[in-house]
Design a protein around this ligand. Structure first.
Ligand code: ADP
Length: 158
């Protein structure tokens, strides 16, 4: 069984993430969208809120599950039997960042393969950080997030 993990912070999920998942899901038997969290780093939206949104976006996909983890991504992959990591690539700087993480992950856990999907051109400028800035300043971020979610009403961390 081919199990993949799509790790990220998804704070919040964007249309860029949504597209990568929809285009990647059929490559695997099961895709786990896994929210990595770090107790030292405060997120903008609560973990419960981020999970609820991702579950809503992919309800109806019976081979997608949503989970969260802390610690090393490869340790999490091993614990759930995943041998693939799915990642999106927007720019050459994404590539450089991903190259070093991917090569390190392969050294630590040789069974893992990182699979990259190029972002759609219209999603290249989207990242969760700018979406958070728009929300923080009461702007309208609707076009950057999946259509079924309302980020303006999301449960935020204090
Ligand atoms: P962000 O950059 O939005 O904070 P994460 O760090 O949670 O996202 O990244 C999770 C994965 O989603 C990474 O592989 C990242 O390259 C990918 N990703 C993020 N935004 C986009 C986008 N706009 N288009 C395609 N892939 C993306």
């Amino acid at each position: 069984m081919k199990i993949a993990v799509f790790p990220g912070s998804f704070d919040p999920i964007t249309v860029g993430h949504e597209s990568i998942v929809k285009r990647g899901v059929d490559l695997f038997d099961k895709l786990i969208i896994a929210i990595g969290h770090n107790s030292n780093k405060k997120s903008f939206f609560s973990i419960e809120q981020r999970i609820a949104w991702i579950e809503k976006v992919f309800e109806g996909y019976d081979n997608i599950v949503v989970d969260n983890y802390s610690g090393l991504t490869v340790d999490y992959c091993q614990s759930v039997g995943a041998t693939y990591i799915l990642r999106g690539l927007r720019t050459s700087s994404d590539f450089e960042f991903e190259r070093s993480i991917g090569q390190m992950n392969k050294k630590i856990f040789p069974k893992i393969e990182t699979i990259f999907i190029l972002s759609q051109p219209e999603h290249t400028m989207i990242n969760s950080g700018v979406v958070r800035d728009i929300i923080r300043h009461n702007g309208n971020a609707d076009q950057f997030v999946p259509s079924c979610i309302d980020v303006s009403k999301g449960l935020r961390n204090k």
